[in-house]
Design a protein. Sequence first.
Length: 391
Amino acid sequence: MSSNKLERMSKRRFMKTAAAMGVSAASLSYGTQEGLAKANDENYVPYVRALVGEKLKDDVWVARKPVYDRIHRDEWAVRWTADDAADQIQNIIRKEFPEDNDLIRAGWEAMSESPSGFGVSVYYQEIEKVNGERNSPSVSIETVREKLPDNQRGTAAKDEYQAERTVPVVVERSRQREVGVLANKDWEDPLPGGTAMCADNCGTYASAYYNRDYGEQGMVASGHVCGSTGTDAYDSSGERHGTAQIVYDGSDIDYAWVQMVSGEDNVNDEPDPLLSDTNGGTDIEIYGMATDDELKADTDTNTTYYNQGDANGRQSGNLQYLDDNWVEFGPNTSGGDSGGPLFKDDDGDGDALIAGVCVIDMYAGGSKFTTAETVDNQMNGYWMTTNNSGV
């Protein structure tokens, strides 16, 4: 369908037509009719790839201005149908194993044995907590395999645009460990984004976030590092510089929002959407948030992403696996990296999109990150950005 025809439609008809064409609900929510219509092409599906900086008030810049892209319909079909198949498998898990829904997770990744090139991987997660506790499903992995089908058909879009693919379903054991650390340690004064902090445990800040419920700027950190609401966060001298007001400590959704302490004597009370490279490399300015649709388009491609943590510094790699709430990133992480950012530096110019928050290390290779969009959907606010549009 032509872009001009889409632009001239009524809002209601456009929403129905775009959804039938395969435009995701998130992109319809984030984007505008004009923007999505202009990104449209007969052989492509438009989507919102990022939300970038827009001035809110008092020189606060937040990620909410949509940036558009498009993906070839053939590539879209194999990715979005695999994503739908994974959603259906997760619904079966939710029904069959309600107590283990957080520990048995279905996502999709590249599979050589699949005709479409992608399949559903079900992670039977065994997690070592930072305090030494171990969490694992209450049912055996054999029981999970018996209850789930060997193949699942996924669909995307509707009517003449509909795509269908049948993909394999594989259940695999996944040993993981949280990457906060219990011991306090010395570090340079923390800088927002990619630098060390301590609360219940020690970890790394992701980036700055404006919380509308509090009307305040703060920092996103790790849920299992902060532990619980009301926990204080400290700098290297032991001085309190914030308090965790929101904490999620789950196996796939794991983040906290730390409200900064106000006061003239506190040098750390003004969060900055900057990822400071403590190893002397390039500082990265956050100009926006990568959407989950962007992660879908980039999974199992050569697109480079980066993570940063207090233990391992800055690392580069690729996205390998995508779940509704988290993404798997190639390099491993270590104790102290929890809460650190996953980000995408599009052209190496020092402007990047925040993409996720470090949750856990996966022993077999890779690390788990709660997606930035998942964090944004859970909180009432926006990732903070610089005043550089980045595009």
